[in-house]
Write a protein that binds this ligand. Structure first.
Ligand SMILES: [Zn+2]
Length: 423
């Protein structure tokens, strides 16, 4: 049986981590469309070149390497090369380098696939400009208006950031891929959460990516002197927020599922002075679930509970929904194929949701798409000490190899599996 080579994988992941590596904090700084990000993309093209793959950069900055026959729908292996500031070395990079290793292994074993294998390093997955440009462009989730107006948190426009590295932002509209050009889409990623590591499971087969809603909430009470205002005569906005925070477990118990998440991630208390009763609190609520109706139920419960708490504490409340992103479901046949191959390899696995967003989510309705995880030690990610054991990376890449080989060499790999619609 053809085996992937962990030494080559380790060498390549380490090589990519040098692009944007910061000695001071040990983190990787390879935000989208920075010179470091572009240098990593150029490096990847050299690897494609040395493997005899055809390669290009599309209008969105995605680097695409292709191995196998032209004019056939491709088995796509994709993940991203950009990072958040002070990131670890595996997030996104693993999926790209694993793809490279899959092609290398196919080649050295003389496997000539019936369908081409494409390795895609997507651009701007981490949302520096508020989207997932590299995945949105080929899957048809882009508009000119958004491209013209997108900016990072410092006000730098996407179009200017792309122009600075020689790219025309509007060309991203030309990066669209017709669904017929893709046979299947596979992504391997580190879990970025603690479940697999805690449960000592090697592979997480993802059933879907949770939908997310984000609210900005304001509770308005009355700022008072902290010494003279009796406790029962206050309209303390912070006490209202804290009451709400305590209600979150009950809201999930009654309206949610084990896949529900409700988080207050940002709080600003006004006037924010130790001797003043907080007159106003601004905070965010981010809710997630894998099911649209559950998301709605969670959102409605949040509103109901906030309104009751506002009454109790003599507060006003207002909220604004900043975003609502629907859940995305992986393809049942692809999930089954991953599960079969995982069993054959004898790896432990579980079916699980992804709470984090990934490139794959934009391809779920566009083509037959699947995602699987390998464990993140202690669940750490988006931080310099993000870690995944090389032995797990080897297993994940081997599994990717088996899945890709099955999809690219066996014409019937998907045809005998039922296409189950899940909505
Ligand atoms: Zn990622």
């Amino acid at each position: 049986m053809a085996q992937v080579d962990i030494e080559r994988i380790e060498r390549d992941i380490t090589a990519v981590s040098r692009f944007g590596f910061n000695e001071a904090d040990g983190g990787v700084y390879r935000q989208a469309f920075t010179p470091e990000d572009m240098a990593a993309r150029a490096w990847l093209r050299e690897q494609f070149e040395s493997l005899g793959m055809t390669h290009e950069m599309d209008g969105a900055g995605n680097v695409i390497g292709r191995y196998g026959p032209a004019d056939m729908p491709a088995v796509v292996i994709a993940s991203h090369l950009d990072s958040v500031p002070a990131s670890g070395m595996f997030d996104g990079v693993l999926g790209v380098i694993a793809g490279l290793e899959v092609v290398r292994t196919l080649k050295e074993n003389g496997v000539e696939p019936a369908f081409p294998v494409e390795v895609i390093a997507t651009s701007e997955e981490e949302g520096r400009f508020g989207g997932m440009l590299g995945a949105q462009a080929p899957s048809g989730h882009l508009t000119r208006e958004w491209l013209d107006s997108a900016a990072d948190e410092h006000g730098l426009m996407l179009r200017d950031a792309m122009a600075a590295v020689g790219l025309d932002h509007l060309k991203a509209l030309h990066a669209y891929r017709r669904p017929e050009t893709i046979r299947a889409f596979l992504e391997l990623h580190v879990e970025q959460g603690p479940v697999l590591d805690t449960e000592k499971i090697t592979i997480g087969i993802v059933e879907g990516i949770s939908g997310v809603f984000k609210w900005k909430v304001r509770l308005i009470g009355k700022a008072d002197h902290a010494g003279t205002a009796p406790m029962d005569m206050r309209a303390d906005a912070l006490m209202g927020m804290v009451d709400f925070a305590h209600e979150i477990p009950r809201i999930i118990d009654e309206e949610g599922t084990d896949k529900s998440r409700v988080t207050i991630g940002h709080v600003a208390c006004k006037p924010g002075f130790p001797h003043t009763v907080p007159g106003e609190v601004d905070f965010t609520i981010v809710g997630r679930d894998l099911d649209h109706d559950k998301m709605k139920a969670l959102a409605e419960a949040c509103e109901r509970v906030l309104s009751a708490i506002a009454r109790k504490h003599k507060l006003h409340f207002e909220y604004e929904q900043m975003s609502w992103l629907e859940p995305a479901y992986c393809d049942r046949a692809i999930m089954d194929l991953i599960e079969d191959q995982t069993r054959k390899l004898g790896y432990s696995y579980k079916i699980m949701p992804s709470g984090a967003g990934h490139d794959v989510q934009f391809f779920c309705e566009h083509t037959r798409a699947g995602l699987f995880f390998v464990p993140s030690v202690k669940g750490v990610s988006h931080a310099p000490d993000e870690w995944t054991h090389w032995s797990d990376i080897e297993r994940g890449t081997q599994l990717l190899y088996e899945c890709v080989t099955e999809l690219a060499c066996n014409e019937a790999a998907l045809s005998d599996r039922s296409e189950v619609e899940r909505a």
